[in-house]
Write a protein that binds this ligand. Structure first.
Ligand code: 8P2
Length: 446
């Protein structure tokens, strides 16, 4: 393979999220989030795992930034816990919470690492859930208020902002299937929560334009859907699945409309949204963040309400989370984004895999060849998309650290750095050492 060259300024980094690594969820005046509440509800998470300690990053943040510098990271994507900033969700500001993230940002900058800040990575203040959460249309104002607090505190030091992380997972997991906080199971609530999340996205971007002077975008998890056969049923099912996961958020954000398949999927549960709502949602964005993990070979089935589902590939390689390793899907997806939405700049804001890692060997080594192979092939797929004309500005590996995988608890390890949850010792895996070389060579060593 000829040497791969990445664009000048292409940012190499890693990503995490507050609830998954910080621990100390109620420290220094913070309020509870829906994940604090959900994880402490018996039966909601594997082994009853909670974010009470996680990777103890709330206390070990300075050492973690030192580790990022040692690995040569150029950027670090993290999220802010809303309920550390506004313990009741709105109104009173908890300055100790703002100060935590201000110190973190300063430490990143002092170590030559660019911060990418995600405002919402699933941890809604519990106080707002008690007021209806994302089912309440006021949530757009709540979110814009919270975003404005953070813009005023950090804009200028933070120059790349993200409003929402993966609205599809928030609603499919938290409102339709109940696997994620707040654990609702309603075909009728799902479109309402989804729409209000996007209204909140729009309101937060509008607020940013009045306060901020840099860049703001949206992060979506999308995956290419390939029909399992050329039958009419599988073709139609693939179209529905594509609209439901891939177009449902990017279309309103970038085109100001929803794909028509959503009315077909949700039927009488899909309201006729007001045009003013779509105008609010469609705000000029500076970039789109793409979280990519896998593809879906899709067939028609009797699943509710989508009537479509993935077919396991007999010759496929699968990760610990049951996702097929399919790098070409990332290239196909990025080209699709460019073709459908134009030349909007993109970042790969998450890409990575959980594999069964061996314990830390003598001398502090963690051999993770499957993860290295996954990363090498997927970063190569990003390069292929760049060669195809996609404007991709960076790659954030998921994840910096092994961390709390939501309802799956600590059972899945996505980190390039191993975390011993008993001692909190961090040990860079072989993949971290390999990634450091990729960064140092700007991709040439891939
Ligand atoms: N599962 N999994 C790994 C990873 C999850 O840990 C992140 O929080 C999400 O943004 C996204 O789902 C991807």
């Amino acid at each position: 393979m000829s040497q791969r060259t990445f664009p000048d300024g292409f940012l190499w980094g890693a990503a995490t999220a507050a609830h998954q690594i910080e621990g100390s969820p109620m420290a220094d005046g913070a309020g509870p989030s829906i994940w604090t509440r959900f994880a402490h509800t018996p039966g909601m998470t594997l082994n009853g795992d909670t974010g009470d300690v996680a990777c103890d990053h709330y206390r070990r943040w300075k050492d973690d930034v030192k580790l990022m510098r040692e690995l040569g990271l150029q950027a670090y994507r993290f999220s802010v816990s809303w309920s550390r900033i506004h313990p009741e969700g709105t109104g009173r500001v908890n300055q100790a919470g703002v100060d935590f993230y201000s110190r973190l940002v300063d430490e990143l900058l002092e170590n030559g690492i660019e911060p990418l800040l995600t405002l919402y990575h699933w941890d809604l203040p519990a106080a707002l859930e008690d007021r209806g959460g994302w089912l309440n249309r006021d949530s757009a104002d709540w979110f814009a208020e919270y975003g404005s607090t953070m813009y005023r505190a950090l804009d200028g030091r933070v120059k790349k902002w993200v409003t929402l992380n993966e609205p599809w997972v928030i609603t499919d997991g938290g409102y339709l299937h109940g696997a994620l906080a707040p654990g609702h199971r309603s075909k009728y609530e799902t479109p309402i929560a989804s729409h209000n999340l996007m209204r909140a996205h729009g309101a937060a971007v509008k607020a940013y334009r009045d306060i901020g002077k840099h860049e703001i975008g949206l992060v979506v998890n999308i995956e290419p859907k390939y029909p399992a056969s050329d039958s009419a049923e599988d073709t139609a099912a693939t179209k529905r699945a594509h609209a439901y996961m891939n177009e449902q958020y990017l279309d309103p954000a970038l085109l100001g409309r929803y794909p028509p398949e959503l009315k077909e999927i949700f039927g009488d549960a899909w309201p006729d949204w007001a045009a003013a709502d779509l105008e609010l949602i469609r705000q000029q964005l500076d970039f789109i963040g793409i979280n990519y993990y896998t593809r879906s070979v899709t067939q028609a089935n009797d699943s509710y309400p989508l009537k479509a589902g993935a077919v396991r590939q007999p010759l496929g390689t699968y990760t610990e989370t049951g996702w097929e390793v399919y790098p070409k899907g990332l290239t196909d997806l990025l080209v699709w984004v460019k073709e459908r939405y134009g030349d909007i700049p993109m970042y790969i804001t998450e890409n990575g895999a959980a594999f069964f890692d061996p314990p830390v060997a003598e001398g502090g080594r963690v051999r993770d060849p499957l993860r290295m192979d996954y990363l090498q092939k997927h970063i190569g797929a990003v390069h292929d998309a760049i060669q195809a004309g996609c404007d991709i500005r960076g790659y954030m590996l998921w994840s910096l650290l092994d961390n709390l995988e939501w309802s799956l608890g600590y059972s899945k390890r996505f980190g390039m750095v191993h975390v011993n949850y008993g001692t909190q010792e961090r040990t860079p895996k072989d993949s971290a050492r390999w990634y450091s070389k990729v960064i140092a060579s700007h991709g040439a060593s891939l």
